[in-house]
Design a protein around this ligand. Structure first.
Ligand code: NAP
Length: 221
């Protein structure tokens, strides 16, 4: 199978949280991010072919996913959603950059048609978006490098399937707590040491007041 080189980039608190509480937009905590760290994020966006987030992040945060604090072109925005459940006024449906919505054969046809009037829609999988098949399709469409900006459900599914090459974290200097607050990686979690995914620290440095850590994923070890 062909697939893009995949980098997850995320802002995480000291306790590994992505946002204030379940259902809250991460934009609330992002307002405390330094300009230098924001530039770091946008410099990565400017270098990749595609940028992906889970559909829940679209519904909660309504991001643009464009390059605004760095020089460079906007990557293609890609969102998996099993039931084509993307609000028609979502910012990613505006024409700042190309957008691909990835849905399934069983998505409601009226929702698919409404999205198709605005952006490209492709189908991968019957009931759930088949992420492996999707990566093959995206690669063949010219997406050779893909940045993923969460949320925790999409991060889990990609990591579980062995689809992640790198993780880059922008550390936010606060603690949120809460058992139900989304963490960097959600899902059911690995239940044995044989399954856990190992990473090698490649770099660590400051951008403004934020620690940045960059990790290479080692599935084979
Ligand atoms: N701090 C950060 O860097 C950061 C970044 C991003 C998001 N966030 C926060 O994270 C939270 C959202 O995270 P989340 O875990 O609830 O949702 P998510 O990972 O953003 O989106 C998950 C959704 O993606 C869709 N999807 C379709 N196929 C999928 C597949 N094969 N695997 C995984 N997802 C698939 C599903 O929606 P359908 O029902 O449409 O199929 C699923 O519910 C928000 O609070 C947001 O603010 C934080």
């Amino acid at each position: 199978m062909n697939r893009p080189y995949i980098i997850i980039v995320s802002e995480v608190t000291i306790d590994g949280k992505l946002t204030l509480k379940r259902g809250a937009s991460s934009k609330e905590i992002m307002q405390f991010m330094d300009e230098e760290a924001t530039k770091y994020l946008h410099q990565i966006r400017a270098k990749v072919d595609g940028i992906m987030v889970g559909a829940e992040t679209i519904r909660t945060d309504n991001p643009f996913l464009t390059v605004r604090y760095a020089e460079g072109k906007n990557p293609t925005r890609i969102v998996p959603t099993s039931q084509a459940n993307i609000p028609l006024d979502a910012n990613i449906l505006q024409k700042h950059a190309p957008t691909i919505i990835v849905t399934t054969e069983n998505a409601p046809e009226n929702k698919v048609k409404a999205l198709e009037e605005k952006v490209e829609v492709i189908k991968c999988g019957e009931n759930q978006v088949d992420l492996i098949k999707m990566m093959d399709v995206l690669y063949n469409k010219g997406i050779k490098t893909l940045m993923v900006e969460g949320g925790s459900t999409l991060n889990w599914n990609l990591i579980k399937l062995g689809l992640v090459d790198e993780i880059r974290l922008i550390h936010m200097p606060f603690i949120i707590g809460g058992e139900d607050t989304p963490t960097f990686v959600g899902g059911e979690g690995f239940k044995s040491l044989d399954e856990i995914v190992k990473a090698k620290l490649r770099a660590h440095f400051l951008r403004g007041s934020h620690l940045i850590t960059e990790w290479e994923i080692k599935y084979e070890d």
